[in-house]
Design a protein around this ligand. Structure first.
Ligand code: GLA
Ligand code: ZN
Length: 643
C-alpha cells in the first residue's frame, strides 16, 4: 500500500475554488493568503462534480488544472478529491435509480449530499468514469500528494438492488430469501441477529463502493495514497473493518468547545484521535476542523483565545500529521455560508481567526519532523462498534445502557493516569499492551474470548464490566452461563442482572471505603476469582461486585456494575501499580491532557483555568526555552517538550 509521506506537517483545508470561478481576483488572493497563513496542503474540489461534468459525458477540467498549477507554483501540495459525495442534478433527473431509498420504501428526491445508492451500477459507472478521467489527467500532477475520495461516507439505501445480499443469510424463519426486507420501522426490527447482519452489510456495501471508487485511482496512480474523511464516534459503519481499504485514515473533528464541561469535550476529542491513529496503527490526517465556529450545532460558539492552537495541536499530539480546515474561504450562499473558514466574507487577513490560523502554521513549522512518530501505547481501551450495535439494540435490562458514556468514563480514568491510550476494537492485536479495559463487552466475536484469555495468561491485565459475554456474533446468547467464553479468564459466573431506575444508586464497599454505582448491578459468583468489593444495599448487599482472577502470569478484573468515576480513578491507580505501568507525568490534574509522539511530549490545559503541572526536563519545542519541574500552564495553554 502506498504511504502518506509528507515532508512536513500539513496545514491547510478544504479548498473549493469551483465556487469562485467567475472571480479570478479571489483565486489570486487565495494563494497570497495561504502563504501568509503558513498553509502547505489543500484538499481540492470535494464537491465539484457539477463544475467538472456540467453535462453528461462533458468534462471540464481546465479550471482545476489551473488551480493545481497555481498551488504548485506557490509550493502548496494537494489532496485531490473525487466528487462522489454529491451529484449534479442532471444525473438524478435522468437516472433516478441513483437516488437513495428509505426504510419505508420511498425514494428520495434530488438534494443534500450522500443521497445515493451505493449498490447502483449506474452511479458506480458515473463515479468510475469521473475518477478514471481525474486520475488520467491529474495523477502525475506535481501538486498532488494523495487522493481524498468522496466525503464522509455514510447512510444506507433500502432499494431492491440493496437487498440482493440476502442470499447468504441464515435465518430459519423464512422459506424464501425474497421474503426478507432490510430492518424497517414499518416492518421487522425485532430480529437482533438480522439487524446486526444489516449493519455489517451496510459497512460491507459502503466499503465495496469505496473500493470500486478507488479502483481506477489505484490502477492509474499506484503511488498515490488514498483516504476518505471519517466522522466522530460514527455508528453507521464499522470503521475498523472499513479502513482496511484505505492507505491512511483521515478525520473530521468538530468538538463543542466552550461548553459546560471542557474536560469532557477534550476527552471526547482525544478518544476519537486515539481511535483514528489505531485504525491503521499509523499517524492520520486531521482532514477537517473549524478555525472558529461551525454552523450546524444548536449553539455555535467561537473558539476562545488560545483554543484554536490548543485544539489543533491536541490532534497532532494524538497522532495527526496534518491540521486541515473546513473550509478555506466562506461560501457566499447556501448551507455553509456561515460556517467558520480561514477567510471570511470580509475577504482579508485582518481578523482574529486568520491570526489564530497563522499561529498554528508557525507551531507546525516548529514541530516539523515529528510526522510519522507514534506513541507506542501500553494501555488499550477496547471500543467495538459491532458490540455497540448489538448492545444498543438489546432489549432489557434497561433501555438506556449508555455504552458510549461508560466507554468514555473508562477512557477518562485511563487518561487520568497520565498515559497514552490506544483505542482498538475486537479485531485488533492485543499483544502490544500491558492493560486492556473492555467495558460492556456484550458481544464476543469468534476467537475474541480466546485471545483475551491468552492476553491474560501471558501477563496482561484485563478489565471487564457489567454486561460482558452475553452473545455471539449473531446475537445468540451463550448457553451454559455468562460471561460465556470469558468465564474461565474472569473466574466468575453471572447469575442475574438487576436494573436501577434513573437516580437510584447502590454502593460498593471496598478497602474500607464506599463508592456509589448506578444503572446495572449483576449478581455474580466468584468461582476462581477473589472478591475485592461487594454491594452495600438491596437484597444482594454483601454479595460480590468487584473481583480479580489470577490466570497464568496475568490478572482479569471484573466490575459487575457501573461505578462512579471516583471509583474508576482509584481502581485503575491500583491496577496500573500491579501492571507496572508508569505515567508520562505524575499527579496529572483533571482536564490536563498528555500525549506523546516519539520523544516529544504534549501537555495541554483544557481545565478552563490556570494549572500547575510537574514537567520532565527538556526544551519547549514551540519557544525553544528550557522547561521542567513545577510549571504554570495558562488557560488553554500548551507545552510541547522535546526530551
Ligand atoms: C463535514 C463535511 C464538510 C462540511 C463540514 C461542516 O465534516 O465533510 O463538507 O460540511 O462538515 O462542519
Ligand atoms: Zn440501493
Amino acid at each position: 500500500m502506498p504511504e502518506l509521506k509528507l515532508p512536513f506537517l500539513g496545514h491547510g483545508g478544504d479548498y473549493n475554488p469551483d465556487q469562485w470561478r467567475d472571480c479570478p481576483e479571489i483565486l489570486n488572493e487565495d494563494i497570497r493568503l495561504m502563504k501568509l497563513a503558513g498553509c502547505n496542503l489543500m484538499s481540492v474540489g470535494i464537491f465539484a462534480w457539477s463544475a467538472l461534468e456540467p453535462e453528461e459525458g462533458v468534462y471540464d477540467f481546465d479550471w482545476l488544472e489551473n488551480v493545481l498549477d497555481r498551488l504548485h507554483a506557490a509550493g502548496i501540495s494537494a489532496f485531490l478529491a473525487t466528487p462522489s459525495g454529491a451529484r449534479p442534478a442532471w444525473m438524478s433527473q435522468r437516472y433516478p435509480e441513483v437516488l437513495r431509498v428509505r426504510p419505508d420504501g420511498t425514494r428520495n428526491l434530488h438534494g443534500e449530499r450522500h443521497n445515493h445508492c451505493f449498490t447502483s451500477p449506474v452511479y458506480r459507472g458515473f463515479v468510475n468514469r469521473m475518477n478514471t478521467a481525474l486520475a488520467t489527467r491529474f495523477g502525475r500532477h506535481p501538486a498532488v500528494v494523495g487522493w481524498h475520495i468522496s466525503n464522509e461516507y455514510g447512510g444506507e439505501c433500502h432499494c431492491e438492488l440493496c437487498h440482493a445480499w440476502w442470499t447468504g443469510f441464515w435465518s430459519k424463519k423464512y422459506t424464501d430469501w425474497s421474503q426478507l426486507h432490510s430492518p424497517s420501522p414499518i416492518g421487522e426490527t425485532g430480529l437482533h441477529g438480522l439487524n446486526l447482519a444489516w449493519r455489517r452489510f451496510v459497512t460491507h456495501q459502503t466499503a465495496d463502493f469505496m473500493r470500486a471508487e478507488a479502483e481506477p485511482l489505484r490502477r492509474l496512480t499506484p503511488d498515490l495514497p488514498i483516504t476518505t474523511n471519517l466522522m466522530e464516534l460514527f455508528y453507521d459503519i464499522d470503521y475498523f473493518d472499513f479502513s482496511e481499504g484505505l492507505d491512511f485514515a483521515s478525520y473530521d473533528s468538530y468538538p463543542r468547545w466552550g461548553g459546560p464541561d471542557e474536560e469532557r469535550t477534550a476527552l471526547g476529542a482525544a478518544f476519537n484521535f486515539d481511535m483514528m491513529r489505531c485504525l491503521k496503527q499509523k499517524p492520520f490526517a486531521l482532514m477537517e476542523s473549524t478555525p472558529s465556529q461551525v454552523n450546524w450545532q444548536p449553539v455555535c460558539k467561537l473558539k476562545k483565545p488560545g483554543m484554536h492552537l490548543l485544539s489543533s495541536l491536541q490532534a497532532v499530539a494524538h497522532g495527526a500529521d496534518t491540521v486541515q480546515y473546513f473550509q478555506w474561504r466562506k461560501s457566499r450562499g447556501a448551507s455553509e455560508k456561515f460556517h467558520g473558514a480561514v477567510v471570511g466574507h470580509s475577504g482579508h487577513e485582518h481578523t482574529r481567526v486568520f491570526r489564530d490560523v497563522q499561529s498554528v502554521g508557525e507551531a507546525l513549522k516548529a514541530l516539523n519532523g515529528i510526522q510519522g512518530a507514534m506513541p507506542g501505547a501500553k494501555v488499550a481501551l477496547l471500543y467495538d462498534v459491532q458490540n455497540r450495535w448489538a448492545l444498543e439494540d438489546c432489549q432489557g435490562p434497561r433501555r438506556e445502557k449508555h455504552y458510549m458514556d461508560v466507554v468514555l468514563e473508562h477512557y477518562r480514568a485511563l487518561k487520568r493516569r497520565g498515559v497514552d491510550v490506544d483505542v482498538i476494537d475486537e479485531s485488533r492485536d492485543f499483544a502490544p499492551y500491558k492493560l486492556i479495559a473492555a467495558p460492556m463487552l456484550y458481544m464476543l466475536r469468534p476467537g475474541v474470548a480466546e485471545r483475551l484469555t491468552q492476553f491474560v495468561e501471558r501477563g496482561g491485565t484485563l478489565v471487564c464490566t457489567a454486561m460482558t459475554g452475553r452473545v455471539d456474533e449473531d446475537d445468540l446468547c451463550f448457553l451454559g452461563g455468562f460471561p460465556g467464553p470469558l468465564r474461565t479468564a474472569l473466574g466468575i459466573w453471572i447469575e442475574d442482572i438487576d436494573a436501577l431506575y434513573d437516580g437510584e444508586q447502590n454502593g460498593i464497599a471496598m478497602n474500607g471505603q464506599s463508592h456509589s454505582c448506578i444503572e446495572l448491578c449483576e449478581l455474580i459468583h466468584a468461582e476462581t476469582a477473589k472478591v475485592l468489593g461487594s454491594y452495600e444495599k438491596d437484597f444482594y448487599a454483601g454479595e460480590p461486585c468487584v473481583t480479580v482472577n489470577a490466570l497464568g502470569a496475568g490478572r482479569a478484573c471484573y466490575i459487575a456494575t457501573r461505578p462512579s468515576p471516583e471509583f474508576l480513578d482509584e481502581f485503575y491507580a491500583e491496577a496500573f501499580k500491579h501492571a507496572d505501568i508508569a505515567p508520562l507525568i505524575e499527579a496529572l490534574p483533571a482536564g490536563v491532557d498528555v500525549a506523546r509522539r516519539g520523544n516529544t511530549l504534549f501537555v495541554m490545559n483544557f481545565t478552563g483555568a490556570p494549572v500547575t503541572v510537574t514537567l520532565p526536563r527538556g526544551t519547549d519545542a514551540l519557544t525553544g526555552e528550557a522547561v521542567g519541574g513545577e510549571t504554570a500552564l495558562e488557560v488553554n495553554g500548551i507545552r510541547v517538550i522535546n526530551g
